[in-house]
Design a protein around this ligand. Structure first.
Ligand code: GLN
Length: 241
């Protein structure tokens, strides 16, 4: 299972969460504290997208060995989403298979897997046209889910509603799927818990969502499983899916 995080608040360097925190995303790539479903490390890829933009950078491989990203991470941002990847067995290891996926103003990440891939996505895939399918980033479960979601966001659908709808449809088609999502447009963070953890920290005027707490701040709290969260600084709303 991958690890992901999203930040919204006063501008901070990307490095503060990617590298500097005691249990930074880099640390979570080689020493994650809460892996499930067989994975042990997150070494197949990584990515970060930030605002204004969004500007997105992603690579296959190990986060800790990328000296270019370490330089780039001195950029300060008011909103960003980052992930490290443990590729699901059978899925390609490639730059384009790494989160965040992006379109327009959105950044998206999926921690988990679609059970029964690819047959189980047949009904969801039918909502896509041939252009959507041929412009998918990669032949992976996460990229397919993003291809479906981005079309729905284009229609102006509320981000949390769009995530809930996607979880329900996918879980109906393949109940053993793991559907832990993060989504942001730089103004709001949205996320789901569907078999894996997501933690929240409100600090000052900022809010962070992360698969694992990045430090020992007692303010971190865990969103219950099968819930959706919508967060802006000073307002975090959580409800069951
Ligand atoms: N199934 C997705 C992939 O292969 C996400 C993997 C994960 O969460 N470990 O990219």
């Amino acid at each position: 299972m991958c690890r992901h995080l999203a930040y919204l608040g006063p501008a901070v360097p990307l490095a503060s969460l990617l590298y500097d925190a005691p249990h930074s995303l880099e640390h979570q790539s080689y020493a994650p504290a809460d892996m499930r479903a067989g994975g042990t490390v997150n070494v197949d890829g990584y990515g970060v997208g930030w605002f204004p933009g969004p500007v997105r950078y992603r690579r296959a491989g190990t986060l800790w060995s990328d000296a270019n990203l370490r330089q780039l991470a001195s950029v300060s941002s008011t909103a960003f989403l980052a992930a490290v990847r443990s590729a699901t067995v059978g899925m390609p290891v490639a730059d384009a298979a790494c989160a965040p996926f992006t379109d327009g103003t959105w950044l998206f990440s999926h921690n988990g897997r679609v059970d029964g891939w690819p047959g189980s996505v047949a009904s969801l895939a039918k909502t896509l046209d041939v252009t959507d399918l041929l412009t998918m980033d990669a032949p992976t479960d996460s990229a397919l889910l993003w291809a479906v979601l981005r079309r729905r966001l284009e229609t102006g659908k509320n981000p949390a509603e769009a995530l809930v709808e996607l979880v329900r449809e996918m879980a109906d088609a393949a109940p053993k799927s793991r559907l832990n999502f993060l989504l942001t447009n730089g103004k709001v963070l949205a996320g789901t818990t569907w078999t894996h953890a997501l933690w929240v920290l409100e600090r000052g005027q900022s809010v962070t969502l992360a698969s694992e707490p990045l430090d020992d701040d007692p303010g971190w709290w865990e969103i219950p499983d099968r819930h959706v969260v919508t967060a802006v600084p000073s307002t975090v709303e959580v409800r069951p899916i």
